[in-house]
Write a protein that binds this ligand. Structure first.
Ligand SMILES: CC(C)(COP(=O)(O)OP(=O)(O)OC[C@H]1O[C@@H](n2cnc3c(N)ncnc32)[C@H](O)[C@@H]1OP(=O)(O)O)[C@@H](O)C(=O)NCCC(=O)NCCS
Length: 298
């Protein structure tokens, strides 16, 4: 399916739309207190005037990358707008070419698109065989790369991202629903997620088991991201440790973090769920974080 947003309609096309407009708005013609309906001339003038909005720009649609391959080029920019640089540029322990893996499963990459045809959210996932929980995010990526037959007993979400300008409007739930739908259509019996609790980055010195015990005053899980999944019906399976490991040289880490790392030791870093360990003699920084497996039955 291809969606285009036109700002001007040709006079020939307008003729096709006016009967639909009249039919759609027939009820207000007799019930509204004042005249709201445009005459055919007024309608034609509006449709051929580029200054007049032709679509509800706040309208969102969900599609997979298989349906909208033209949006693939916007995905890296979306991820860069929300994820710490070290999680995108660091050498990941899974050792797999992740963009290539994701592009080989376009039907599992769910995109959220606004009325301007811009990408404002993405839920990236891979099919997995069997019912086992891999060791975290790295393990899930390795298992997906080994799944050469493309078995889809379960689908594993790898990341969910909402663009800065669209965040905190409840769109993450929309992506979760669309992801559940695409996993169901692919024949999976469950959707599993090695969740990265979003507010854990504010408490990098707290252990994951202790953090998971925290509750809000209403008795819900403290972490908003775990809470959102729980509200959508996900069950908490347990902690996965490690979930992921990234390494880089000291100079690379200084660049990714935009801060000097003058001595060996542990550092609290922006966006890190746990501290970074720097070893100047080995010219290496190693970052490992744990995660939380959650599961949706489909
Ligand atoms: C996590 C993310 C996908 C949430 O998307 P969103 O559309 O902004 O989320 P919602 O508006 O549905 O909010 C979901 C919950 O998170 C809370 N929330 C959202 N952003 C938050 C933030 N920066 N700090 C604290 N809470 C936050 C909301 O208050 C809401 O919780 P509540 O309903 O219990 O109050 C988005 O913030 C994002 O892309 N973050 C960067 C990538 C990431 O960390 N993804 C999650 C790990 S895969």
């Amino acid at each position: 399916m291809r969606v285009t947003v036109e700002t001007v309609l040709s006079t020939a096309d307008v003729g096709q739309f006016h009967p639909a407009y009249e039919a759609g708005f027939d009820a207000p013609r007799t019930r509204a207190a004042a005249r709201h309906l445009l005459t055919e001339d007024e309608f034609n003038t509006e449709m051929t005037d580029p200054r007049i909005k032709k679509s509800d720009k706040s309208e969102m649609t969900a599609a997979t990358l298989a349906e909208r391959p033209d949006l693939a080029a916007q995905v890296p920019g979306l991820l860069e707008s929300r994820w710490p640089a070290f999680l995108l540029a660091g050498r990941a322990a899974h050792g797999i070419n992740l963009p290539e893996l994701l592009l080989s499963h376009p039907g599992h990459q769910v995109l959220l698109i606004n009325g301007d045809n811009d990408l404002i959210g993405a839920a990236l996932s891979v099919p997995l065989p069997g019912e086992a929980y891999p060791t975290g995010w790295d393990g899930a990526i390795r298992a997906a790369a080994d799944n050469t037959e493309g078995r889809t007993d379960q689908v594993c979400a790898l990341s969910i991202t909402v663009a800065p300008e669209a965040t905190r409007k409840g769109l993450a739930g929309r992506l979760v629903q669309a992801l559940k739908q695409s996993a169901t259509q692919a024949g999976a019996r469950r959707l599993i997620l090695p969740v990265r609790p979003t507010r854990k980055a504010d408490y990098p010195l707290t252990t994951m088991p202790a953090y998971l015990n925290w509750r809000t005053e209403h008795g819900e899980m403290f972490d908003p991201w775990l809470r959102l999944h729980a509200r959508h019906g996900a069950e908490l399976v347990g902690i996965t440790d490690p979930a992921t490991t990234f390494t880089g040289t000291v100079a690379e880490w200084e660049k990714w973090l935009d801060m000097p790392l003058p001595q060996s030791g542990e550092y609290v870093i922006p966006g890190g769920l746990a501290p970074l360990t720097v070893n100047l003699a080995a010219d290496e920084g190693v970052y490992t974080e744990s995660g939380v497996w959650m599961r949706y039955r489909l």
